[in-house]
Write a protein that binds this ligand. Structure first.
Ligand SMILES: Cc1cc2nc3c(=O)[nH]c(=O)nc-3n(C[C@H](O)[C@H](O)[C@H](O)COP(=O)(O)OP(=O)(O)OC[C@H]3O[C@@H](n4cnc5c(N)ncnc54)[C@H](O)[C@@H]3O)c2cc1C
Length: 214
């Protein structure tokens, strides 16, 4: 199964206080690019391949906290094995409904072999509006399941869904990206394809602007 680059946008979140901008030019980068299995350049982009009643069963490979100790809330980088798991999904159905997460890696995944996909997930917590105290009984189901998952944990996936946040086919187009929080996820997939992966038929020559609200 191939999960393609960023097929979802994240709804805006409030509370952004300052922003930083990063300007990078592909021609100026000295990063050594990784070779990737170019077979994955072929074919159509997958769309809605898996559904609630016929989900894809994958396994968590790793979960890493990616915010500092003083951050408000917890956000995790989650790598999911999407190849080679071969778990029978017959008769399985997604419980608790689906939750949407933006894909934070390109089709080649973090290990450049096409065997994983990555997410950037913030734990959803509930704070009592009167006391301000956190109520664990009302914490978000899916985000906490993912952030607490041990390597090897099975998860059900549907999709991939959406075609709204894809790299332009014109590799010379300037990119101006604006994100806060986990909204960085789809843009991470962009910069990995542009700066980290050796794809002969895709040579980015535009400008890459990222504005990240923190
Ligand atoms: C297009 C799109 C892309 C997204 N991409 C990302 C992404 O990349 N990363 C990311 O982290 N999120 C993303 N989200 C948000 C994500 O889909 C989930 O909504 C989020 O993770 C919360 O899901 P959950 O199952 O943890 O919480 P849920 O179980 O759905 O709960 C939702 C909220 O309700 C609260 N709640 C639970 N019970 C009660 C109660 N009894 N009373 C009051 N409140 C209660 C929970 O604390 C939580 O805050 C995206 C959303 C969309 C629409």
């Amino acid at each position: 199964m191939r999960f393609n680059a960023s097929q979802r946008a994240v709804a805006g979140r409030s509370g952004s206080r300052k922003s930083v901008s990063v300007r990078a030019q592909a021609a100026a980068t000295s990063l050594a690019k990784a070779d990737v299995p170019l077979k994955l350049e072929e074919g159509e982009m997958p769309l809605n391949t898996y559904s609630n009643k016929a989900p894809f069963i994958a396994k968590i490979k790793s979960v890493e906290r990616i915010v500092g100790p003083k951050a408000t809330g917890e956000t995790c980088h989650i790598v999911i094995e999407t190849q080679g798991t071969k778990i029978n999904s017959k008769g399985k159905e997604v419980p608790h409904g689906v939750r949407l997460y933006s894909i934070a890696s390109s089709r080649y995944g973090d290990s450049f072999d096409g065997n994983t996909t990555s997410l950037c997930v913030r734990r959803a917590v509930y704070n009592d509006p009167e006391t301000g105290a956190e109520d664990p009984a009302k914490k978000g189901i899916c985000s906490n399941y993912l952030c607490d998952a041990a390597p090897g944990t099975e998860i059900m996936m549907t999709g991939p869904a959406g075609k709204v946040l894809l790299l332009p086919t014109n590799a010379a187009a300037p990119l101006i990206m604006v994100a806060t929080g986990t909204g960085i996820a789809p843009f991470r997939s962009f910069w990995r394809r542009i700066f980290y992966e050796n794809v002969p038929n895709y040579k980015f020559t535009g400008l890459f602007w990222l504005f990240m609200g923190v």
